[in-house]
Design a protein. Structure first.
Lengths: 59, 409
């Protein structure tokens, strides 16, 4: 994987916008996960993660 | 470098490289062809919050309205309410409604999304569903445009759809004889191009169908991709898996890595995934090195892969069903068509100048419709003239279960 990792940082204005967005998302996730836990809704499930034939017919 | 640290603050904060940001821009410009009057809903699972935020931030920087909706993968009793509340009124949008969903391991809530979007005109609602969300989705898989993928997929379809018999070899030692029956089995072309009424499954880049018959030896020396939750390292480049196939079924398999053998035993024996349900040809040329994540990114590598277990056709067409779908992926591949002397080299597929065929299916994955708890008793129901006959496991001396009294392995 190392050959895919090109660790050249983005410009500062992009980084700031992204960090603000990530921070807001983390806050939302914490709030939602806490609410789900209070309601007894499990956050993690194991098993089949998708099926490949249940699709719609494209028009 | 392992893909990403999901749902957690990475050491040193957010890691966003220029190549990842280029992937974000490619998603917006090449895949969405986003316009100023579009309205975007970004749905994300906790494990993908960082990557969803990259895209949301990019949209905001362009002044395009965006709302984010959190979801629990697979089962979320409140998803419909949460998603519905984020939707604008159809009359309030001048352009298109674009729904983008990010998950790492799953594709969830298809039917709920379709139902909630039913008020929007089919030609003004676009849905892009991302599975295998990780850094490499952006730094690698999204670097190739849907126009490029579409042209390469078209080339493969032009050659293979009219064909009857294929011989497939790979540099790793595979040699397979395959027949195809286009009248009976559909072709799937995943190319990242949206069409009204369908979902776009990302990452993109694959052509696939069901092998009417398949025999020979297959050497998977790139990676596996299984539709189960697993943290196993999916790479097979240092310990390839060899499978011998007779009469469409795996009859023997081997791998020098004992952990991988254990995993294969689980798939082939416990879950009966020994029937070849798919032959696929990856077309995403940006994907040249396997990643450790169990992911669709590896499956889009320009090479041949076989899907064992669940097929890409309706169970009533192929006569069996199975919950497990295990893709074994080879690096590269040559395809000889109907005895022709010049093979199709999957590493050098040319771009067709003709329009992509319209009769193929776009989606090659969908929600599991509530099937989330994998158990051997649920596996491999057999479609018979009397309807679905459920698999009844037969105890073996070694403790593993078998699908029938004369198992192929």
């Amino acid at each position: 994987m190392d050959e895919y990792a090109r660790e050249v940082p983005v410009d500062a204005d992009v980084m700031q916008a992204v960090q603000e967005e990530v921070s807001q998302s983390r806050s939302t996730v914490r709030e939602m996960e806490t609410d789900a836990a209070k309601k007894g809704i499990p956050l993690e499930l194991q098993g089949v993660r998708y099926r490949i034939y249940e699709t719609t017919i494209p028009k | 470098m392992r893909g990403l640290v999901v749902g957690q603050q990475r050491q040193g904060g957010v890691v966003l490289t220029k190549s990842a940001w280029k992937g974000v821009q490619s998603l917006l410009d090449s895949y969405f062809k986003v316009r100023d009057d579009d309205y975007v809903i970004v749905v994300y699972a906790s494990k993908t919050l960082e990557h969803a935020s990259w895209v949301s931030a990019a949209l905001r920087m362009r002044g395009i309205p965006v709302k984010k909706v959190w979801m629990i993968p697979l089962r979320d009793p409140e998803f419909t309410r949460r998603f519905g509340a984020a939707l604008p009124k159809p009359s309030a949008i001048r352009g298109r409604l674009i729904v983008l969903t990010f998950e790492r391991d799953s594709l969830s809530h298809d039917s709920q999304i379709r139902a909630e979007l039913s008020e929007f005109d089919a030609d003004r609602r676009m849905v892009f569903r991302v599975i295998s969300t990780c850094d490499e989705l952006f730094t690698v898989a999204l670097q190739e445009s849907p126009d490029e993928l579409s042209a390469k997929n078209a080339t493969i379809l032009e050659l293979l759809v009219p064909s009857k018999a294929l011989r497939v070899t790979t540099p790793g030692g595979s040699d397979l004889s395959i027949t195809v029956d286009t009248r009976k089995h559909r072709w799937i072309s995943n190319r990242g191009v949206w069409r009204p009424g369908s979902f776009v499954i990302l990452p993109a880049g694959e052509v696939a169908t069901f092998p009417a018959s398949i025999e020979g030896k297959f050497v998977a020396d790139f990676a596996f991709n299984v539709n189960m939750m697993t943290d196993r390292d999916a790479r097979l480049d240092s310990h390839p898996v060899t499978v011998w196939i007779e009469n469409n079924r795996a009859v023997k398999y081997e791998c020098a890595n004992s952990d991988v053998m254990s995993f294969l035993n689980e798939c082939f024996y416990s879950y009966c995934a020994y029937t070849v349900g798919e032959v696929g040809f990856g077309t995403n040329g940006s994907i040249q090195t396997p990643i450790s994540l169990n992911s669709h990114i590896n499956e889009r590598h320009p090479g041949v892969h076989l899907g064992f277990g669940q097929s890409n056709q309706a169970p009533s067409v192929v006569g069996y069903d199975c919950n497990i779908h295990l893709d074994l992926i080879a690096k590269g591949g040559m395809v000889w068509i109907d005895g022709g002397e010049v093979p199709l080299d999957l590493s050098k597929v040319s771009k067709s100048s003709k329009p992509h065929p319209t009769h193929t299916w776009d989606e090659d994955a969908g929600s599991s419709q509530g099937i989330t708890d994998l158990d051997v008793d649920d596996c491999c129901g057999i479609i018979t003239s009397e309807g679905l006959r459920l698999f009844e496991p037969t105890a073996r001396e070694d403790g593993m279960n078998r699908q029938d009294a004369n198992p192929p392995i």
